[in-house]
Write a protein that binds this ligand. Structure first.
Ligand code: PMP
Length: 442
């Protein structure tokens, strides 16, 4: 990468990607990389999808952008209609933005404004979970509970409470059933609401399946039903962040369908644009929208590119493909196949402690000792070594690691395109097995 285009690691030289072909990205030297993580759970349709490209060309020929202060567009309306037609009951309104962090910012501000307009101005506190990630803008970063990401910017972050995540592999007690464990950690929310004073709490935000900090960790059954009960009891809004796990990644268009709950808001991004366009969205309940419509009539927020016509047209084509090509059931079957292949490769592996996830959203956790679940020393940067060895072998997988909230761990996230074939699943697992072996040997 030339110096004047800088990324996360300044001075790093990366291969230049030039072309996409289904589940593969091809670089300038002609090397093919199997996209085993869809970047970061983005490319759910694979690369260079013909229908999405055609929809984008058509929109570009007609109109690329019209400011939402003056116009609506057919593309934005069609996307909003399609989302609402398939959204969990109660979610009736869509606010289109340009990515996941923007969607989370909008959710937090909408929650605040809802309480201002309904006569509860004292409600402003946010509760989230440790080891969570909700975005890198300051509001979203404040909500997130990833100590490492927050550390440098702590003086700029609004105060947020963090309770335990639902992370059964590490945190459930000896002899505790999954249900008992789920209830125990969900009840931390009630304790925190009572500690802060229920009349001051605005919202609880969580990912149904934790992505970017833990590597595809779903909550145990019953956890989110108890969370919903607690939010209802204390009048706290429940925001589900499905930026990573939403849009079909788990086999349901919205991951929370499997948890059997209806949130007050959902944030989505990544798979919504599938990488074809930068887009995110906030879905909000009719109750929230109606309160603001009946009050000031104006959500005091906005970005220049919200409701962007090209982004909306691309996302509409992506969503139509997910729904129209039978990709949700395909995520379930290919997810089971990938899960089975990972288990047969790694179940007896001495350093793979856990294989988990839902649909085509799966994670591996590496441990130094399987019996004690002791992690590897962070200085070893095992996750980064796996990423490098996999990349060298032509596989893109998403590593996570280092010290997360005082706890160490190495994780690998897999989130391949929904179109992944049986052979490509075998290729993925084969390359990953070899990368893990190489990383452990160095
Ligand atoms: N929420 C979650 C759950 C995410 O995984 C991410 C991105 N990894 C974000 C929010 C932020 O999204 P973006 O990077 O598009 O701003």
């Amino acid at each position: 990468m030339p110096d004047h285009v800088f990324g996360r690691s300044t001075g790093t030289v990366l291969p230049r990607a030039v072309r996409g072909d289904g589940c593969y990205i091809i670089d300038e030297a002609g090397r093919r990389y199997l996209d085993g993580s869809g970047g970061a759970a983005v490319s759910c349709l694979g690369h260079s999808d013909a229908e999405v490209r055609a929809a984008l060309h058509e929109q570009l020929d007609a109109l690329a952008f019209a400011h939402t202060g003056f116009f609506t567009t057919a593309a934005a309306e069609a996307l909003a209609d399609l989302l609402i037609d398939h959204a969990p009951p109660g979610l009736e309104r869509v606010y289109l933005v340009s990515g996941g962090s923007e969607a989370v910012e909008a959710a937090l501000k909408l929650a605040r404004q809802y309480f201002l307009e309904t006569g509860a101005p004292q409600r402003h506190r946010v509760i989230a979970r440790r080891q969570s990630y909700h975005g890198n803008t300051l509001g979203a970063l404040a909500a997130g509970g990833n100590a490492w990401r927050r550390q440098q910017f702590a003086p700029l972050l609004a105060e947020t409470s963090h309770i335990s995540p639902c992370y059964a592999y590490r945190d459930s007690a000896e002899g505790e059933s999954p249900e008992e464990y789920g209830l125990r950690v969900a009840n931390e929310l009630e304790a925190e609401i009572l500690r802060l004073g229920p009349e001051t709490v605005m919202a609880f935000i969580a990912e149904p399946v934790v992505g970017a900090t833990l590597g595809a960790v779903p909550a145990v059954p019953g956890y989110f039903r108890r969370i919903r009960e607690i939010c209802d009891h204390y009048g706290v809004l429940l925001i589900l962040d499905e930026v990573m796990c939403g849009m079909g990644r788990t086999g349901h268009l919205f991951a929370c369908a499997e948890d059997g709950i209806e949130p007050d808001m959902i944030t989505i991004a990544k798979g919504l644009g599938a990488g074809y366009q930068p887009i995110g969205a906030l879905l909000a309940s009719g109750r929230i929208y109606d309160a603001i419509a009946a009050g000031s009539g104006f959500f005091q927020h906005g970005h220049t590119y919200m409701g962007h016509a090209m982004a909306a047209a691309g996302a509409h084509a992506v969503l139509s493909a997910i729904l129209g090509r039978g990709l949700l059931p395909r995520v379930v079957t290919q997810g089971q196949r990938l899960d089975a292949a990972l288990r047969s490769a790694f179940d007896t592996h001495p350093h793979i402690g856990d294989i988990r996830g839902r649909g085509l959203f799966l994670g591996l956790e590496l441990v130094a000792d399987k019996a004690t679940k002791a992690p590897f020393e962070p200085e070893r940067k095992l996750h980064a070594r796996i990423k490098a060895a996999a990349f060298e072998a032509g596989l893109i997988c998403y590593p996570m690691g280092g010290t997360i909230d005082g706890r160490r761990g190495d994780h690998v996230l897999l989130a391949p395109p929904f179109i992944i074939s049986d052979d490509q699943i075998d290729e993925l697992v084969d390359k990953l097995s070899r990368a893990v072996a190489v990383a452990l040997a160095t």
